[in-house]
Design a protein around this ligand. Structure first.
Ligand SMILES: Nc1ncnc2c1ncn2[C@@H]1O[C@H](COP(=O)(O)OP(=O)(O)O)[C@@H](O)[C@H]1O
Ligand SMILES: [Mg+2]
Length: 268
């Protein structure tokens, strides 16, 4: 058995899969200002975990800790410990590029590379040496687009720019790009907030399908979306993780008054 930080009694009754990631006493500082005040959270294999809470409460900040995207922000400092499969992801010897392939990210605003649809998907597998030749790369591109539900719409125009697709297609392209490097965890920061309802429904459907293979953590400001796609929900408020529980419990009988106030619209 690997040594881990599991603190099982704190999380009883909310999970049945294997532990995938564990965060302990995670604090994030932007300069002198502490934006996250010691977050403890376990994330289980193949779950869809939603982060909700008022704007500015630290959801994106915490999400970025999970694949060290905060490293790219000047003046941002992270303390505490985060494990992926029992390994400290902030360990100095860890390859951050590899980490970000294992823990992929999809952003609020679709951000395809200014390259062809094909190259958007092929870039990561090539970088990580996942294909031994063109045929294998073609295969990865096709399978990734299939999984993201985009293949039929783009198969005849793979050489055209990814930025020429509609917003919803671009977001599925970004999901395909994340999938192409065979991630274990996919982080999504309000992936539907720039999409219309039809494109949103497609992405939500996709999240449900993808959770069979991947662990998914999704930030959403839309409580109906959290209720539709997630098995567990974590409520953040003013830089604290207030509670995490089964999504139905959070939305019907939360333990904390702050969660109750938020889900009933008393603040937000
Ligand atoms: N790059 C940054 N530089 C300085 N402060 C930041 C930065 N990103 C976020 N913050 C601050 O950290 C807090 C949490 O922000 P954020 O994680 O974006 O919240 P949420 O995603 O829940 O809306 C806010 O007070 C915000 O102003
Ligand atoms: Mg945010």
């Amino acid at each position: 058995m690997r040594a881990t930080l599991v603190n099982a009694e704190k999380f009883v009754g909310v999970a049945n899969g294997a532990l995938k990631m564990a965060a302990r006493d995670v604090r994030v500082f932007y300069g002198e200002s502490e934006a996250l005040h010691g977050v403890d959270l376990d994330i289980y294999e193949n779950e869809v975990l939603a982060f909700i809470g008022p704007s500015g409460c630290g959801k994106s900040t915490f999400l970025r800790c999970l694949n060290r995207m905060n490293d790219t922000i000047d003046g941002c400092r992270v303390t505490g410990r985060i494990e992926l499969d029992g390994e400290d992801i902030y360990d100095r010897s860890l390859d951050v590029v590899l980490l970000r392939a294992r823990v992929g990210m999809v952003f609020q605003k679709p951000n395809p590379f200014p390259k062809s649809i094909y190259e958007n998907i092929a870039y990561g597998p090539r970088l990580h040496g996942l294909a031994s030749g063109r045929a294998e790369l073609d295969d990865i591109v096709e399978r990734s687009l299939q999984r993201a539900g985009l293949w039929e719409e783009v198969k005849d125009r793979l050489e055209q720019p990814g930025t020429g697709l509609s917003g919803g297609q671009q977001q599925r392209l970004c999901i395909a790009r994340a999938i192409a490097v065979s991630p274990e965890v996919i982080l999504m920061d309000e992936p539907c907030s720039a999409l219309d309802p039809i494109a949103t429904a497609k992405v939500e459907q996709l999240i449900t399908e993808l959770s069979e293979t991947y662990t998914i953590v999704i930030v959403t400001h839309n409580m109906q979306q959290a209720a539709r796609v997630s098995r567990r929900t974590a409520f953040f408020h003013l830089g604290n993780l207030v509670e995490v529980d089964d999504t139905t419990k959070i939305f019907t009988s939360p333990s904390d008054g702050r969660t109750e106030d938020y889900i009933t619209g008393r603040f937000g």
